[in-house]
Design a protein around this ligand. Structure first.
Ligand SMILES: Cc1ncc(C[n+]2csc(CCOP(=O)(O)OP(=O)(O)O)c2C)c(N)n1
Length: 286
């Protein structure tokens, strides 16, 4: 929780600004991911500014809620929100992906305080989150553990091994949130290779998690007010772990990136960056 509770409008504005910072950082580094960080931006703002019990100036505070970005390739989205929240200076975003940076292309907990887990190999971050929730339960701690996964990530077998274990131990202190943006890096193609099919059909993900015994909630991952309501419910379990299916748009916020799988990890050139920033209402330079 922040000390001063921000309004919905202020949170929305932070997400808009966060998207612009993602684009600037990736363009500056000449590498990185865009589609996933943009789809998950509103959620990260909601979590870091309202939902998670954290202290940016005391990142190792033992009672903090644990957070794992299991879809670790969206690291730049997480770094931007952590910087906005005060974990480190915004200026450090310029070092994204440099060899000696704390802000690696995928999160590295050994160099950046505030990260509870390194991630990037899809599925593994979620397993670690389950371990944290188990530790919290065994130690009688009241912190919650949140893990954010991609819908493409849910193609990994280890996700379902974890889903099984979490219900076996009744981990109602665990919240998985699936950023269901309907695209992955490539995935199955439709009538041509330019058309990529969603990793899961409509309702399929919710049914799968439910069949593993999880409580399933759904939300619009771009509706800040609705998200805060849903995440508040998710935080307090009912004996079962909770999954929130967050319906989003890959590349959200920039018309020519939305729903376009090549923008998973494409780097904008100067003109594309200028156009994207203009769409986001950023008048400042690139
Ligand atoms: C085990 C593993 N296999 C493959 C990759 C390469 N990879 C990186 S991102 C990605 C697609 C992930 O899709 P999704 O989880 O839907 O992420 P989003 O659309 O939110 O970016 C893949 C296959 C990886 N990081 N880890």
């Amino acid at each position: 929780m922040t000390d001063d509770v921000m309004t919905i409008g202020e949170l929305e504005d932070l997400a808009r600004r966060g998207r612009a910072e993602v684009l600037r950082a990736v363009a500056h580094a000449g590498a990185g991911h865009i589609g996933g960080p943009l789809s998950v931006m509103d959620l990260l703002v909601a979590l870091f500014f309202r939902v998670l019990r954290i202290r940016p100036t005391e990142p190792h505070w033992p009672d903090r809620d644990r957070f794992v970005l299991s879809k670790g390739h969206s690291a730049i989205g997480l770094y931007v929100v952590m910087a906005l929240r005060g974990f480190f200076p915004l200026a450090e975003l310029k070092s994204f992906d440099a060899i000696d940076s704390r802000l690696q292309g995928h999160p590295d907990m050994t160099v950046l305080p505030g990260l509870d887990m390194s991630s990037g190999s899809l599925g593994l971050g979620f397993s670690a989150a389950i371990g944290m929730a188990l530790g919290g339960q065994a130690g009688g701690h009241d912190f919650a553990t949140f893990a954010v996964l991609g819908d493409g990530e849910c193609n990994e077998g280890i996700v379902w091994e974890g889903a099984h274990v979490a219900t076996r131990y009744g981990l109602d202190n665990l919240v998985a949130i699936v950023d269901q943006n309907g695209l992955q890096q490539y995935g199955w193609h439709g009538d041509s290779v330019e058309i990529r099919l969603p990793p899961y059909r409509e309702n399929e993900l919710a049914d799968r998690w439910s069949s593993f015994g999880w409580r399933v909630l759904e939300m619009d991952g771009h509706d800040m007010a609705g998200m805060l309501d849903t995440l508040e419910v998710a935080r307090y379990g009912d004996g079962r772990p909770t999954v929130v299916i967050s319906h989003t748009v890959k590349g959200k916020g920039v018309s020519f990136m939305e729903g376009s799988f090549p923008w998973h990890s494409q780097v904008p050139d100067e003109n594309q960056l200028r156009a994207a920033l203009a769409e986001l209402g950023e008048t400042g330079g690139e």
